[in-house]
Design a protein around this ligand. Structure first.
Ligand code: 10D
Ligand code: SF4
Length: 317
């Protein structure tokens, strides 16, 4: 007889509206213009998604200079520095920007603060493409990056009375609140968004993990190692008391020996992880255990973003 196991499934989990839109953009571009269509950076941080699009004719590159000028190029959902579309225009290239509208919102916020004469503090992870893209909206030196509360003590803004803060969209809600508090304590005049710029999808996925944490012995987060929002879900699991909280890209990555003796497992997926991989993981549990599925739903999501007009025209034609 197979061991009984409670499998708690987080909702919401997996694809967010920005990821859905970005993948659609690549698929529709391939339909409209044929292969190859170039994509600067992984369209979203998931190997399974990227491999699937590559099979359909997408070519993934790190930099624009790797693209020929006679093929379309798509910018990834994470956003790009201002210099990238400028370079594309300079080379007369056809480009489609798949930056998530919620990332673009932060770009616009940064530009507005800059026009109002404010210097910016960005809370984010150094080297992440979204951070590079957002900081790259403004001239060098206009955005100071902080990653931790300790960093706040180290920065030397031009004029502490003329400061604003912005954040990466996929951060830990709790860590960010702590950094914001530290910023406000050191710079009481700092201007910020209503709360932070963390998006609805990041917030909802972290809340669902918190809600299931007391019920589970282990948490598996389906997502890629370079996916910021997925890694934050693993951290939430550990902090909420799951002694085993792990990132897995798909079922083959599960360390079954580490789960030995465990009676309840939570499953969630980062915003860039497709539901087929969740189903694959559930099926793998069903093969080994007598599984009872339990849904932990903390929010319903109905956000949808339109694809850019240039691709919509093709659909209605
Ligand atoms: O690393 P990440 O969480 O920023 O990106 P990922 O592609 O995993 O998920 C989608 C999130 C985006 C595009 C940033 F908002
Ligand atoms: Fe947009 Fe949030 Fe999804 Fe990032 S995680 S693509 S900001 S909806």
């Amino acid at each position: 007889m197979a061991q009984p196991l409670d499998l708690y499934l987080a909702a919401p989990r997996g694809f967010c509206a920005g990821v859905d839109r970005a993948i659609k953009i690549v698929e529709m571009a391939l339909e409209k213009w044929g292969a190859p269509v170039y994509v600067r950076h992984e369209i979203v941080h998931n190997r399974f998604v990227v491999d699937g699009l590559r099979d359909k004719g997408a070519v993934f590159v790190d930099e624009l200079e790797e693209c020929p000028t006679d093929r379309p190029v798509i910018f990834s959902a994470h956003g790009v520095p201002k210099s990238v579309p400028i370079e594309a225009e300079g080379r007369n290239m056809l480009y489609v920007d798949a930056t998530c509208p919620l990332v673009s919102k932060v770009h616009i916020e940064a530009a507005r603060h800059y026009e109002n004469g404010l210097q910016m503090v960005m809370i984010g992870h150094r080297g992440h493409p979204e951070v590079i893209g957002t900081m790259g909206q403004l001239p060098e030196g206009e955005v100071i990056l902080v990653e931790t509360p300790a960093d706040v003590a180290e920065i030397s803004p031009r004029d502490p009375s003329k400061l604003a803060y912005i954040t990466q969209t996929t951060l830990s809600v709790d860590d960010t609140a702590e950094i914001v508090e530290t910023l406000q304590a050191r710079f009481p005049q700092i201007i910020g968004p209503h709360k932070e710029d963390i998006c609805y999808a990041t917030t909802n996925r972290q809340a669902a993990v918190k809600a299931m944490a007391s019920k589970i012995d282990a948490l598996l987060v389906i997502g890629a190692p370079n996916s910021s929002n997925s890694r934050r879900l693993v951290e939430v699991g550990s902090r909420e008391g799951c002694s085993y909280s792990q990132l897995v890209q798909r079922a083959a990555d599960i360390d079954w020996r580490a789960l030995d003796g465990i009676r309840s497992v939570g499953i969630t997926a980062g915003a860039s992880a497709p539901e087929v991989l969740v189903e694959e993981v559930i099926a793998a549990f069903r093969e080994r255990y007598d599984v009872t599925e339990k849904l932990v739903e903390t929010a319903k999501e109905d956000v949808e973003f339109k694809v850019p007009r240039v691709l919509r025209q093709q659909v209605s034609a």
